[in-house]
Each structure stands twice: as C-alpha cells, then as structure tokens.
Design a protein around this ligand. Structure first.
Ligand SMILES: [Mg+2]
Length: 266
C-alpha cells in the first residue's frame, strides 16, 4: 500500500455508520483506536450524512465506548443544513421538516421556525414515521406554496444491527417523484460538510483525509472537494466492490484500526 498520500494529512474527516459502529456495536475497540489517533497528533472531525442525531447525542454515544469528544467536532448533514439554509434564507425561515424529531429540534434551536404548513422550504431526511400525509404535505408546500426543496442526504440505505434498512433517500425520492422537483442535497457527495469542517479548522483540502465505508457518498465527496480519501471495508463496500471503483480512493483499508496504523508507520 502506497501511504505517501497521507504525509500532508493533518485531520481525519470520519464517517460514522459503518466506520465507527454498526448501529450499537462498535467496530474494533474505539477507546484504543481514538487513543492511537491522539498519539499521531491528527485532528479528528466527524462528517456523517445521518441527520437523525445531534452532535451532543453523538458525543454521548462515543462516551459510551470510552471516547471523549466535543460537539464542535461534528459536521453532520443536519449541522451543515443549518449552515447552508442560513446562507440561502435570511432571517428566521419557516421550514416543513419531513424528518426525525432530532432534526426538528436542531432546526428549532438554530433560528428556524418548524411549521406544519406555509413553509419557505421543505427539508426531507430519514423519517421513521413516514406516511402518506407527510408526503402529501411536502408536495403541497412545494407545488402550491412555492417552497424550495432541500434534502439532508440521499443515502438509499443505512446499516443496523439487523442488516441494511431504507435510508433518507427513500423519503427524498417520495417527494421528488410526486413533485418532479430535484432537491438541493446537503450531504455527501456534496461538499458542504467537509468545506464547513475545513473552514472551521483552517485546513486546506489536501490536509484532510475523508474516511468512509461508502464510495458514492464518502469517497466521492472527498474527491469532489480535492481531499485525500480512504475507504474502509467495515461497512457498505466489500473487497470485490472496491476493486472496480474508478477513480480509486488513495487508500483501501480493512477498518479504521488498520488505517490508523498506517499513520504510525509514516
Ligand atoms: Mg457510512
């Protein structure tokens, strides 16, 4: 493995599902992995398309594995959505959320008015209580009231303890299908999250390593931004699917443990 691509890297931009854990089960020993990362001096940042949890909830989840991190290290599609929407809508925008209670809470806490009708924009994301009325309301807001359409991410699936399950992309496609409108997508492979991370931590694109288990989002997002990329085979992709990817990531590793070991060998 040619690890020369890692020499300029100062920060890891870690995807979480399929990299750190599979639902509630950690991948490797996270306490030891983060101890090992600390020894390399690398900054750790987290970037996930999953918008169903807040940074504080992720901090609690990592704490349950003996890892101490701060909310400022998280750039979820929810956080990036707040950043992007305040750029696009001045003041206190009215948003119809077709998504999780955590996402609604995040928006309410960040100067958005979460409404049931007459919205400036519709935001679609993973919603475990999806139903016909919600799809219908999103359609009415977009087609009859002129609301703009955004999506936190378009992931088709995500991994759980019991296997792969439908992702936020399913809700997004429901709205897209009935409206004929394509959303502005915040999550990877778009670069809103990684750009926000680099601006916040004053990093150049080549100084950040995008790490993820899914090529079409994590790696493609890194490539779109001009970052270095590492694919881990602990989640979505397998050695077989990884072999035929083009362009190839800078590194392909079994898991995060193996990736961190490369940094110790530089
Ligand atoms: Mg993932």
């Amino acid at each position: 493995m040619d690890t020369s691509a890692l020499k300029k890297v100062k920060a890891l931009f870690l995807d979480m599902d399929g990299v750190l854990w599979t639902d509630k089960k950690e991948i490797g020993n996270l306490h030891q992995i983060f101890q090992s990362i600390r020894e390399t001096g690398l900054t750790v940042l987290f970037g996930s398309n999953n918008a169903t949890r807040t940074p504080e909830e992720y901090c609690e989840k990592l704490a349950s594995f003996g890892v101490t991190v701060k909310p400022e290290q998280f750039f979820t599609s929810g956080i990036a959505t707040v950043f992007q929407l305040h750029k696009d809508f001045p003041g206190r925008p009215r948003v119809y959320v077709f998504g999780s209670p955590s996402l609604k809470k995040l928006l309410s806490e960040n100067n958005f008015e979460v409404v049931d009708e007459n919205a400036d924009l519709v935001l679609a994301s993973l919603d475990r209580d999806i139903n016909y009325d919600k799809i219908s309301r999103a359609m009415i807001e977009i087609c009859e009231h002129g609301a703009k359409f955004y999506a936190t991410n378009t992931d088709s699936t995500f991994v759980t303890e019991n296997g792969w399950r439908p992702g936020g992309g399913v809700m997004v496609r429901c709205v897209e299908t009935c409206t004929g409108v394509k959303p502005f997508v915040i999550g990877k492979p778009n670069t809103v999250m990684i750009q926000m991370a680099c601006e916040t931590y004053e990093l150049q694109p080549e100084e950040i390593l995008a790490v993820g288990d899914r090529y079409e989002t994590d790696i493609a997002g890194g490539l779109n931004f001009g970052a270095k990329t590492a694919l881990v085979l602990s989640g979505y992709e397998t050695a077989e699917t990884a072999a035929i990817l083009s362009p190839q990531p800078d590194l392909i590793c079994r898991d995060l443990t193996e990736l961190v070991n490369y940094f110790h060998e530089l």
